[in-house]
Design a protein around this ligand. Sequence first.
Ligand code: FAD
Length: 559
Amino acid sequence: MSARGKGEARLDDSYDVIVVGGGLAGLVAAAELGDRGKKTLIVDQEGEQFLGGQAFWSLGGLFMVDTPEQRRMRIKDSLELARIDWMGSAQFDREEDHWPRQWAEAYLDFAAGEMRPWLSGMGMRWFPVVGWAERGGAFATGHGNSVPRFHITWGTGPGVLKPFIDRVRAHEAAGRIRFAFRHRVTAIDKKAGRIAGISGDILAPTSVARGERSNRDVAGEFSFRAENIIVTSGGIGGNLELVRKAWPRDRLGSPPGHMISGVPFHVDGKMIGIAREAGAATINEDRMWHYTEGVKNWAPIWPEHGIRILPGPSSMWFDAKGNRLPPPCLPGFDTLSTLRYLRGTGHDHSWFILTQKVIEKEFALSGSEQNPDFTSGKWKEVLKQRLGKGATDAVEAFKRHGEDFIVRDTLDELVAAMNALAGEKLLDPAHIRAQIEARDAQIDNPYSKDAQVTAIHGARAYLGDKLVRTAKPHKFLDPANGPLIAVRLHIITRKTLGGLHTNLDSQALGADGQPIDGLYAAGEAAGFGGGGYHGYNALEGTFLGGCIFSGRAAGRAAG
Ligand SMILES: Cc1cc2nc3c(=O)[nH]c(=O)nc-3n(C[C@H](O)[C@H](O)[C@H](O)COP(=O)(O)OP(=O)(O)OC[C@H]3O[C@@H](n4cnc5c(N)ncnc54)[C@H](O)[C@@H]3O)c2cc1C
């Protein structure tokens, strides 16, 4: 029985395929289904204003290999190099990594081949300076990108969504695709052992702005029939309870008592459990990707809203007691090694200390709304923000309003304010000073014994970093480079690396490893393909990329 809200009467009871989740993965799948003439319903628990899910908020960075953008920046990349990097990062070591490994191989082929021309054919374009995320910092066989591969899409997240939303809306206009917003799926229904449809709650209408917490008031019930269901419901990062439950204590220590959330409230992870109740297996749930450079958003949109700093390599990183973090725990080098190290310190926060010169060139903030210049897609805005005086407006706003930012002229004043903010005198000013002075003494030569200073020189050998991302090495304690800035950093949740186990057609697999007829999963809910195609570590830009690739596979196979 269906009980529908006003305005939903046009919805039919039965479809060829139902897509659960109107984020990027669901939209890509639906666009492909529409192209194949499949009668499709997209169901989402949020209102229409949320269409696009997390991808709307994203920076729009895509992992691609050996592209014209890279070649123009004199980057020599290849499928072989990317494969070494991916496998060195993934460190697949489990029996259930069979399909994740297949997905990783398939995505690498896609990222080095069809991906860019296919997306470009749909109108997508990329900022010419390719970003160098997750640089690794240990051996060539270990984690990290050997070369820059993070392609920021013009228009950021909304620019990634646009071609797929356009395609889906065209199918909607032609009557092939329908949306059911404010429909929260609570069950995947079966009949005689086969997938038969979905059912759940109709949630009360909401007028909150995109990303804000909407109500969960139940106004009715629904059920729709379809023999093919694609689950594209996202990960668990907005559900701190689930994150703590799945936290890999053996590898990362205890979960932080205090965390902030890098994703909206709707990333609640519940649908993964619902798919499991229908027989789908989940794997690698203990693999997750949370950042260590989170700051509290001074103008929060969703609960516990945190923003990730995308740091260049120069900020000095100290633990809560003022000890400098050892390599490879350098800013932007190795996310999970840093998380592991910090969890061993017994404190939830850490600190960056930097200068005005560093913040101006090196601080970027993740998210479409924090980068209105890239999001606008206008060169004039980008040049003004990135090459003009001072840091970007968004970074300056954090400096002024963010509770985690401290700006002072002298180190003694800075450390006193850091202790005051922490509420405890954990930092010894003399100890901090000694470490900064020693580091500053390494700046006089174009080489150094300090791994971070060496890394700064290495970064500046890449044209893109030299141009817009890495400050010229300078002494932090020289007042000419000041004022000094300290930033208190929190652990910020983001991505779920494990999830629903799938084969290369995005078919969900049961506990016996066999496909469940009619059940598919893609995007973050499926660990971006296979149930965890990143293995233990991600190279960045592989989340949106994985949604596109696995969503496409689901949309081409289902129904
Ligand atoms: C600030 C930010 C910056 C990012 N930057 C990047 C980047 O630069 N590069 C990159 O690769 N990745 C980035 N990411 C990650 C990337 O955006 C996400 O991993 C990706 O968009 C997930 O898409 P999805 O379609 O799998 O899920 P989602 O976007 O989470 O969509 C899932 C949808 O399912 C709905 N849903 C869930 N459960 C139910 C249910 N029971 N019933 C009905 N509907 C349900 C939700 O309401 C939601 O709309 C970023 C993420 C954020 C938040």
